[in-house]
Design a protein around this ligand. Sequence first.
Ligand SMILES: CC1=C(/C=C/C(C)=C/C=C/C(C)=C/C=C/C=C(C)/C=C/C=C(C)/C=C/C=C(\C)C=O)C(C)(C)CCC1
Ligand SMILES: [Fe+2]
Length: 521
Amino acid sequence: TLAFPGRNTGMLLLFSGHLPTWLQGVLLRNGPGMHTIGDTKYNHWFDGLALLHSFTFKNGEVYYRSKYLRSDTYNCNIEANRIVVSEFGTMAYPDPCKNIFAKAFSYLSHTIPEFTDNCLINIMKSGDDYYATSETNFIRKIDPQTLETLEKVDYSKYVAVNLATSHPHYDSAGNILNMGTSIVDKGRTKYLLFKIPSSVPEKEKKKSCFKHMEVVCSIPSRSLLQPSYYHSFGITENYIVFIEQPFKLDIVKLATAYIRGVNWASCLAFHKEDKTWFHFVDRKTKKEVSTKFYTDAMVLYHHINAYEEDGHVVFDIIAYKDNSLYDMFYLKKLNKDFEENNKLTSIPTCKRFVVPLQYDKDAEVGSNLVKLPTSATAVKEKDGSIYCQPEILCEGIELPRVNYDYNGKKYKYVYATEVQWSPVPTKIAKLNVQTKEILHWGEEHCWPSEPIFVPSPGAREEDEGVVLTCVVVSEPNKAPFLLILDAKTFKELGRATVNVEMHLDLHGVFIPQNDLEDETE
Ligand SMILES: CC1=C(/C=C/C(C)=C/C=C/C(C)=C/C=C/C=C(C)/C=C/C=C(C)/C=C/C=C(\C)C=O)C(C)(C)CCC1
Ligand SMILES: [Fe+2]
């Protein structure tokens, strides 16, 4: 853990190149950092204890800091000097930290298990506050400047979710829209869309935004005992886009995992013979569109963006033909020869679906209802359902980001990491989804993280700004760095060298200086 008592900024970095003067604020990122505790080791990379790190841009200088999230899980594990709290890919026995993790791990006894608060995936903004997030019902407030861990929030106290995504959306007023799954209400397994307001009414100022959380809409799971797993969802001006994929959690298996001595990940299976269902919720009426839209079986984690055009909903995602991505990150497979021996059997593919929500109800069975210039199709079937096939935009990109001012709107650019068949990010890319042109940045032995776009003040064009990526260097004795690219040309503006070890992370946010509370040094 890197922290510098007395200084609120962190470690000053050596910068080479040109640092735009307007770039002021904090790049805050999250990811798994610690995988061994005492003599015990997690099974999976996504299980590791959350490690936050940040780059602070201030008055022409760049500072770095990193700190483990002091979750209850972290504290219990460190106190016991071994893994005592279960994660998705690692079941822990027994659980002696009775004060916090005391409940029985059994759904059959109708007990809601107390999940981990090891929030290692992403960062969420709620009003003026920031939270580390994962996929359980817990999120952890953090101080974005000192990286200190603050309160724990339990979503399930306010809405009936046991799992929630770590990729919420924000509306134009800054309210959070997120989705979660309710799996313990027997016979009523459902997906909930919920809203967290960005502020509370003046007379209730002492209450938190979470007390004002509300369920916007619920979508019943097609299978009561096998809800789909999902990692993100899409949003347009008028609709929520939710994909019910045949990558499903088996509730009976989950309920017995603890006594069977297996991890929760083994209760997740890809059903390649099933369909993938698309759901659209009207944000105004809060009702689901009744037409059944589907495509072939697939696995996806990341939605890129979605928008409406001439009565269609267009949405872009990164999809796989199977679930080999999760398996690839088991630590026993990430050994020294992993680049050669640990291969994906399906490459991440950027797909565009074009779904006609307003279509001619008298159209003939077998006709393609898509009226936009695209190779994506939506064919009417005898029973009234509509079978959709995508247009392929490109292959080999993951961890996609867009200029969030264009989220839900017709857009041009995706920034993402490039991967081939192994879990190594070799480059970052800027894809023009309208022309399919791609710009790349890459250097030998460099593993760049999810690229984040930061608009320049008063930007008029979608790609006016910079792209930030943290680069881990695989060659010994070479330092990692933060890279700043000009978003338009994808050419390097400069880099800040980090003379300490830096971890490969998952997701993050850029917080402009104006959104940060004044620092007291
Ligand atoms: C990172 C790199 C890459 C790409 C990475 C990708 C696509 C990462 C996707 C990450 C995901 C989907 C993470 C999900 C984590 C889920 C967690 C931690 C869930 C926890 C749930 C718990 C503990 C509870 C469960 C309880 C249940 C289910 C009981 O009912 C590449 C491939 C681009 C390049 C290398 C770097
Ligand atoms: Fe993600």
